[in-house]
Design a protein around this ligand. Structure first.
Ligand code: 15L
Length: 267
């Protein structure tokens, strides 16, 4: 256990729920935070409710922790205002609190949607420029840049996890490439919390899938070695999903379909 008290934001969300028990192995005390009440603290936990847009509440949640796993914020595309509040103002509030309280390491749940406008036929590295596919993707790119500034200025180390699709199982054909198992997500977070020198880095968060769009060579120092693969799910996914239309932008681009809802797009 490298950290005494670890803060996990977004504790009531999908990733927070999946990591709640797993992250207890990484610390003595797991401090959980979310916007609204999600039940009592269990053994080894502390509960600290905080709206990311509220600087005082975020400050209180960060006070006394040694590291932060930041899963909080809007997790899909939507209207700009809530994205602005939670993902832009919210990530600023978090880093200001980290600076004031001397927190030296943050694991930030960024997203594959930072680079979602690369094609599914491309393999991209961590040196490819961002190509956000949505306002949500832009907000995650902002978090990546902001955290870099806090590293360069104040030495706060951050891993920006460009998480693909972290669910119990891959849900469609795209997720055969983008899937990150919960156990691999925990391995990734653990690697980021424990590697001796993290610096500031992005890293694509996917399992060891046969179909891959990402090259993590520039983040070898993190020490993330995924152990799971989408391959065992492949046949079932093919059987229950239609043949893809290769002229559909949701099939052409890595960001996939959910971000084009209601927005006609041309390739
Ligand atoms: C994300 O960034 C979302 O948070 C998640 O809900 C998934 O939709 C994922 O991307 C994805 O691209 O599959």
């Amino acid at each position: 256990k490298v950290h005494h008290t670890l803060l996990m934001t977004g504790a009531a969300g999908g990733l927070g729920t999946a990591m709640r028990d797993r992250l207890k192995a990484n610390c003595e005390v797991l401090r959980l935070s979310d916007r609204q009440d999600f039940g009592p603290a269990r053994a080894g936990e502390e509960m600290m409710l905080a709206d990311l847009a509220n600087a005082q509440q975020v400050d209180a949640a960060v006070d006394g922790v040694q590291a932060i796993v930041h899963f909080g914020g809007m997790s899909v595309e939507g209207p700009f205002e809530p994205i602005l509040q939670a993902n832009i103002l919210g990530v600023y509030n978090l880093y200001e609190a980290a600076r004031k309280h001397g927190v030296k390491r943050v694991v930030f749940a960024s997203s594959n949607h930072v680079t979602g406008f690369y094609k599914q036929s491309e393999t991209i590295t961590l040196n490819h420029p961002a190509r956000p596919d949505s306002l949500y993707g832009v907000s995650k790119a902002f978090g990546e840049d902001l955290s870099r500034m806090y590293f360069d200025r104040y030495g706060i180390e951050t891993a920006c996890l460009r998480i693909g699709s972290s669910f119990a199982e891959p849900r469609d054909r795209r997720m055969l490439a983008s899937w990150l198992s919960f156990d691999d997500l925990h391995r990734l977070v653990t690697a980021c919390l424990t590697t001796p020198v993290l610096g500031h880095t992005a890293i694509f968060g996917v399992s060891d899938n046969a179909v891959a769009w990402y090259d993590n060579a520039a983040a070898r120092h993190v020490g993330f070695v995924p152990q799971d693969s989408s391959t065992p799910f492949r046949e079932a996914v093919y059987a229950r999903t239609p043949e893809p239309d290769v002229t559909d932008p949701a099939v052409i681009y890595q960001g996939g379909g959910f971000l084009f809802q209601g927005e006609p797009m041309t390739a």
